[in-house]
Design a binder for this molecule. Sequence first.
Ligand code: MEV
Length: 294
Amino acid sequence: MYGRAWGKLILCGEHAVVYGYPAMASAVDRGLEVALSPVEGPTRLVGGIADASLRMAMELALPEYGVAMRISSTIPQGRGMGSSAALSVAMVRAAIAWQGDCLPEASLVFRRSLALERVFHGNPSGVDNTVAMSGALVYFKKGDAGMARSITPDGPIPLVVLDTGLYSDTAAMVAAVKERASSSAHIFRRMGQLVDLAVGSLHDHAALGGIFDENHSLLQALGVSAPELDELVALARASGALGAKLSGSGGGGVVIALAPEPAGRRLLRRAMARGINAFTVSQPTTPQPVGLPD
Ligand code: MEV
């Protein structure tokens, strides 16, 4: 039995989304697969060592005995590209298939995968799970007035990803932002406005690049950037990118640069010459519709 899910990049609105403001995030052409097969004895991970969080997630999602779980992934781990949300969604999908239910409701997968994501990250907004499930470009807002809808851009969004090589600890970053949340309301509010502007600027890459830049400044003001992230943002801009920002929870992880050609190739060349892991991503071609999570 298999369960699959997509990786993601947050284009605008990370952290503010935890406080009820909108975010825009895109699935990328990288994914994760969980394969379950029968085994004698206690349920276990094959081909790797389960850390405490993964052990707990397996206890929640899978039967206690009789299941061997194997994970294959092309999503970089701990870089803000949604590997744990993809793992949560893929585990839930595989577990539902294991129980013999073929077509689970999207809201059921959302609820169960969010419960697993809490094991990894404490207080997730749900945006990562929504994108991991749908493979779409998504406008997402959590809470009672929450919503998730897929957006169809006019054309591809030319993104280059630059990896700091540093672990991005989502639980720690979200907890650190919580400490200063009451004095950061004006930052969250502006991030939410930027998301709405970004949705209307998907066809206008110059405007969208300016939104990335302002979003990065706000994330710096929120205290979640790092010198390594700021250096990659500067490299992207100096290479002709129209805008760049950290993506995900910060502290480490990746920067995304909006870099149409020829800036994209120039940026990749310069990054590689400096030994930085850099790559392009595209949006998957077969996204699923996004439903409103219950
Ligand atoms: C992490 O990918 C995005 C954050 O906004 C946390 C969340 O929304 O759960 C930092």
